[in-house]
Ligand binder design. Sequence first.
Ligand code: CMC
Length: 445
Amino acid sequence: MADEQAEAAEDQGGVATGKGSLTVTDNRTGETYEVEINDGTVRAMDFRGMKVTDDDFGLMTYDPAFTNTASCRSSITYIDGEAGVLEHRGYSIEQLCEQSTFLEVAYLLVHGELPGKAGLDCWTHVITHHTYVHENIKKSMEGFRYDAHPMAMLLSTVGALSSFYPGAKKLEDETERYMAVVRLIAKMPTLAAFAYRHNLGLPSVYPDNDLSYPGNFLSMLYRMTEVSYEPDPRLERALEVLWILHADHEQNCSTAAVRAVGSSQVDPYSAVAAGIAALYGPLHGGANEAVLQMLERIGTVENIPAFLQGVKDRKERLMGFGHRVYKNYDPRARIIKKHVDEVLEATEAGNPKLEIAQELEKHALDDEYFTDRKLYPNVDFYSGLIYEALSIPSDMFTVMFAIPRTAGWLAQWLEMVCDPETKIARPRQIYTGARQLDYVPMDQR
Ligand code: CMC
């Protein structure tokens, strides 16, 4: 069955599955080696046997930033960057955004298949009933400064959750693994909303089990004195779609961090905290915040040509453009773009930055500098505008990304923990420093 699927994927121009071999001649020694090719890859360890002398360490591969190195086998997310295709467990992102909900996609990522009605009801019930956090977690969040970055609060609080669930260390226990997955997906919106309210000096709002996953999040953000909060269905749907779009994206920086840290067999709360730390960076999750700052700086449509000249002169970076994997339009950007108008209408927000963004996109797509480099809008180009319309401050944008990505991180963590090929991640280095120096006492330096 697996072979048939692989062949079918190959027929569709999908995963490279070719078997074969590579003949390598080491010109240092004249020796020739056969290296096996499987699934379009060679094993780096097969090069280790290529030595000049017997005590030689052997040939290593050098790949800073892992731009051409597969670190795992995964059946979760498929991306064809050239064609602009994104699929989760084989289902296209377009169909999922159109027909599914975030919690169903989270189920799909974690379990590997779409749920039946009873399965989805049970999953929704169990997630909904784990949204509360221990009161001490809430108290510890109250200890942050009023202006603490919400991502810093989220990062440390998720790390702290590890101390509340010591059983999560038992990675061999299937029930513990499952409960950690449920708790993290359930509590992430609660922690995110607590961080948001803390920054505003407002009391935290406890979860409302009668609302949907995104509806409950909106309630925890915005509810004031109402007896019950009724989320606007248009905003609920926009969040649903944004969260489906951000649920997983194969081996990106934060997912690689979760897998690498998780490979030490630490508990999943700590591994996910590592993912949050990676996502905090402006080249990863922080890019949509940088997009808004960029649009703010551009100020008016008339300033766009001068700004783009600055990018071409390498004084600036066009934030929200370019992607390590997509060398075509990011399919997520296309879907988000459709929802911008709807959210602006629902929130009656009107946003002059939208016009600048649309013009900027047109200018860049008309300019060989960008098209030659295959620089197209990515998912972050428009998501910040939606968050801004929802009155979510830019500091919170990365937190908004972390909520859905938790499902992807956990699906990838589970896959890693259950993979018999998993070993602790431990890259090699090319040492470039000094050797065998004599220690110089302080008074002689
Ligand atoms: N603005 C201007 N030039 C760019 C940009 C950009 N945003 N991105 C790439 N380039 C240029 C780069 O200077 C290089 O030009 P040259 O060959 O003349 O030196 C060429 O395009 C190739 O770039 P690269 O640095 O090799 O590309 P990369 O794959 O290492 O970088 C990236 C990917 C996302 C870090 C980069 O495109 C970037 O910094 N984009 C802006 C930040 C951003 O929007 N990040 C969000 C990514 S999507 C969210 C996610 O999935 O996590």
